[in-house]
Design a protein around this ligand. Structure first.
Ligand SMILES: *[C@@H]1O[C@H](CO)[C@@H](O)[C@H](O)[C@H]1NC(C)=O
Ligand SMILES: *[C@@H]1O[C@H](CO)[C@@H](O)[C@H](O)[C@H]1NC(C)=O
Ligand SMILES: *[C@@H]1O[C@H](CO)[C@@H](O)[C@H](O)[C@H]1NC(C)=O
Ligand SMILES: *[C@@H]1O[C@H](CO)[C@@H](O)[C@H](O)[C@H]1NC(C)=O
Ligand SMILES: *[C@@H]1O[C@H](CO)[C@@H](O)[C@H](O)[C@H]1NC(C)=O
Ligand SMILES: *[C@@H]1O[C@H](CO)[C@@H](O)[C@H](O)[C@H]1NC(C)=O
Ligand SMILES: *[C@@H]1O[C@H](CO)[C@@H](O)[C@H](O)[C@H]1NC(C)=O
Ligand SMILES: *[C@@H]1O[C@H](CO)[C@@H](O)[C@H](O)[C@H]1NC(C)=O
Length: 334
C-alpha cells in the first residue's frame, strides 16, 4: 500500500516536473549530442577531422572548430570552414542554444536549412556560403534578430528574398550572390539602418529597384549586377547614402537616365552601370565625385559629349564608355 502510494507520488512528481525540467536542463551534453548528430550526417570527411577529432572521449570544447564560452562552458561558435565536408545539417543543431557564430562556408553540404535553426536566437554570424544548399531562403531567418552577418552566397537557393530579412535590424552584411533567387528586391532591405554591404549579384532578380531608401549612413557597397532588374533607377535612390563607395548595377535591363541624386555620393569610388539600356548624357557633376577610381558605363544608349570635368578626377584608374553614342574624347589631366 505504502509502496503504491510512493510510486503514485513519484509518478505525479515526474509527470508534472519533467517537461519543465527537460526544457531547462540543457547542458554541454545537449551540445555534444547536437554535434555528434552533425557528425552522423556528414557522409564524407576527406581530412578526417570529425572522424578522428570529434570523439566522445575528449571534451566537446576541445573539438576542432568548436569554441565555448569562458563562463558557462557551452558551445558558442562552430566554424567548419573549408574542410571539404559532404552531408546535410541535422535539426539537432537547433539545440546549440548558446551559439553566436555558425560558419559552414566552403564545404559540400546540401539539402534544406532545418527550421530548428530558428531557435538559435543568439546567432550573430551565420554563413552557409559556397555549398550546395537548396530550397527557398527561409523566412524564419528574419527572426534571428541578433544577426550581423548573413552569408548564403554560392548555393542553389531559389524563390524570393523573404520580406522578413528587413527585420534584421542589426545586420551589416547581406551576401546572397550566385544563387537562383528570383522575384523583386523587397523594399524592407533598405530599412536596415546598420547595413554596410549588400551583394545580390548573379541571381535572377527582376522588377525595379525599390525606391526611397531611408537614411543608411553605413551603407558602403551595393552589388545588384548580373540580374534581370528593369525600369528606371529611382530618382531618390541616393538621397540618403552619403557613404556609398561602390555601386554595381551592370548587366541588367535598367533604362532611363542617371539620377541626379547619385552626385550626392561624394565618397563614390566605383560606378558600374555597363550592359544596361540607360540613356541620356553623363552629367558634368560626375567631375565632383572626386574619389572616383572606376567608371564603367559602356554598352548603354548614352549620348552627348563626354564631360571634360572627368579630367578633374585625379584618382581615376579606368573609364570605359565603349559601345555608346558619346562624342568628344576623354582627356586626362595629371
Ligand atoms: C582536436 O583538434 C584540436 C584543435 O586542432 C586539438 O587541440 C586537439 O588536440 C585535437 N584532439 C584530438 C583528440 O585529436
Ligand atoms: C535536440 O533536437 C532534436 C531534433 O530537433 C530532438 O530530437 C532532441 O530531443 C533535442 N534535445 C536534446 C536534449 O538533444
Ligand atoms: C573559400 O574558398 C575560396 C576558393 O578556394 C577562397 O578564395 C575563399 O577565401 C574561401 N573562403 C573562406 C571563407 O575561407
Ligand atoms: C521600415 O521600418 C519602419 C520603422 O521600423 C516601419 O514602420 C516600416 O513599416 C518599415 N518599412 C518596410 C518597408 O519594411
Ligand atoms: C530576363 O528577362 C528576359 C526577358 O524578360 C528573359 O527572356 C530571361 O529569361 C530572363 N533571364 C533571367 C536570368 O531571368
Ligand atoms: C560641383 O563642382 C563645381 C565646381 O567645382 C561647383 O560649382 C558645383 O556647385 C558642384 N556641384 C555640386 C552638386 O556639388
Ligand atoms: C547610336 O545612335 C544611333 C542613331 O540614333 C542608334 O541607331 C544606335 O542604336 C545608337 N547606339 C547605341 C549604342 O545606343
Ligand atoms: C573641373 O574641370 C573644369 C573644366 O575642365 C574646370 O573649369 C573646373 O575648375 C574644375 N573644377 C575643379 C574643382 O577642379
Amino acid at each position: 500500500m505504502g509502496n503504491t502510494f510512493l510510486n503514485l507520488a513519484l509518478l505525479i512528481i515526474f509527470h508534472f516536473s519533467m517537461p519543465t525540467f527537460s526544457m531547462k536542463l540543457t547542458t554541454i551534453l545537449t551540445d555534444q549530442s547536437a554535434l555528434l548528430a552533425l557528425k552522423d550526417h556528414v557522409i564524407h570527411d576527406p581530412e578526417n577531422v570529425l572522424t578522428t577529432n570529434w570523439s566522445a572521449s575528449s571534451p566537446v570544447c576541445n573539438w576542432f572548430g568548436v569554441s565555448c564560452g569562458s563562463r558557462h562552458r557551452r558551445v558558442t561558435a562552430l566554424d567548419l570552414t573549408g574542410l571539404g565536408l559532404v552531408g546535410t545539417l541535422p535539426p539537432h543543431l537547433g539545440n546549440l542554444s548558446f551559439l553566436s557564430l555558425l560558419y559552414i562556408t566552403n564545404n559540400s553540404f546540401y539539402g534544406r536549412l532545418p527550421a530548428q535553426l530558428s531557435n538559435l536566437h543568439r546567432l550573430k554570424y551565420l554563413s552557409f556560403g559556397n555549398n550546395y544548399f537548396g530550397g527557398e531562403i527561409p523566412s524564419w531567418l528574419g527572426s534571428l534578430i541578433e544577426l550581423r552577418r548573413l552569408f548564403l552566397y554560392q548555393n542553389n537557393f531559389k524563390g524570393v528574398i523573404p520580406f522578413s530579412l528587413g527585420y534584421l535590424s542589426k545586420l551589416e552584411f547581406l551576401t546572397l550572390f550566385e544563387n537562383r533567387i528570383s522575384g523583386s528586391i523587397p523594399s524592407s532591405i533598405f530599412n536596415i539602418s546598420t547595413l554596410q554591404n549588400i551583394y545580390l549579384s548573379y541571381n535572377m532578380l527582376s522588377g525595379s529597384i525599390p525606391s526611397g531608401p531611408h537614411e543608411l549612413l553605413s551603407l558602403e557597397l551595393i552589388d545588384f549586377s548580373s540580374n534581370n532588374l528593369s525600369g528606371h533607377i529611382p530618382k531618390d535612390m541616393f538621397d540618403h547614402l552619403p557613404n556609398l563607395k561602390e555601386l554595381y548595377l551592370s548587366v541588367n535591363l535598367l533604362s532611363g537616365r542617371i539620377p541626379a541624386s547619385l552626385f550626392k555620393c561624394k565618397e563614390l569610388q566605383m560606378l558600374s552601370l555597363s550592359y544596361n539600356q540607360m540613356e541620356g548624357s553623363l552629367p558634368i557633376e560626375i567631375g565632383n565625385l572626386s574619389m572616383l577610381q572606376y567608371i564603367y558605363i559602356g554598352r548603354n544608349h548614352f549620348e552627348g559629349k563626354i564631360p571634360k570635368q572627368i579630367g578633374n578626377l585625379t584618382l581615376l584608374v579606368d573609364f570605359d564608355c565603349s559601345y555608346s553614342n558619346f562624342t568628344g574624347e576623354y582627356i586626362r589631366k595629371n
